[in-house]
Every structure is written in structure tokens, then in C-alpha cells.
Design a protein around this ligand. Sequence first.
Ligand SMILES: [Zn+2]
Length: 109
Amino acid sequence: MGWKERKAVRKKIASERINELLTLADLSKDDEVLSTNSIKTAVAISRRHKIRIPQNYKRKYCKKCFNLFIPNTTVRIRTGKGKITITCLKCGHIKRIPYTKEKLIKNNY
Ligand SMILES: [Zn+2]
């Protein structure tokens, strides 16, 4: 097996691991420490292997403190004039997404 194939295999394993960790985080909503740690590990793996976190998971956690977003519990989502505001209730990190971009994202995926 050449290095290119080995690299592909390693990436495949890493992305499977990321998916497992994100699923685990989703399933362990009641356990804040476990869900946060799962997300942290998934992000660490994605950085190490230069793999992107799946698009559908990107909005599910806080980029700053890796808090799992549970609407009305750990996150506040407001839609306003042409934008969506996502506030992490754990660290206060605010993310604003313009509506137009949101539509683009939805159309692309
Ligand atoms: Zn946060």
C-alpha cells in the first residue's frame, strides 16, 4: 500500500471517529461533561487530519467552549432583520448568520 492510500485510510478512520464522537455528543445531551468532551475530541481530530466537521453538525455546538447546543437550554436562537443570532448560554459567545448566506447554505446541501 502506497502512502497515498494509507493517508486515505487514515482519513477515513478519522472521519468515522469524528462522526461517532458527534453522535455520542448528541446522545449524551444530559451529560454536559461527556458531550462537551466528545465535541472537543472530534474537533481536535478534525484539525489534526484536516477534515471538516460535517455541515449539519457545525451549528450544533459552540465554537468557543464546545458546548452542545440544545435549543432553549444551552443556546438561544433568534431570527431578526435578515439574520439569525445564535447565543451560547454557557460562555456568551454570539454568532450571527446573515439570512442570505443561510439560504445559500441550505440550497447547497
Ligand atoms: Zn460557548
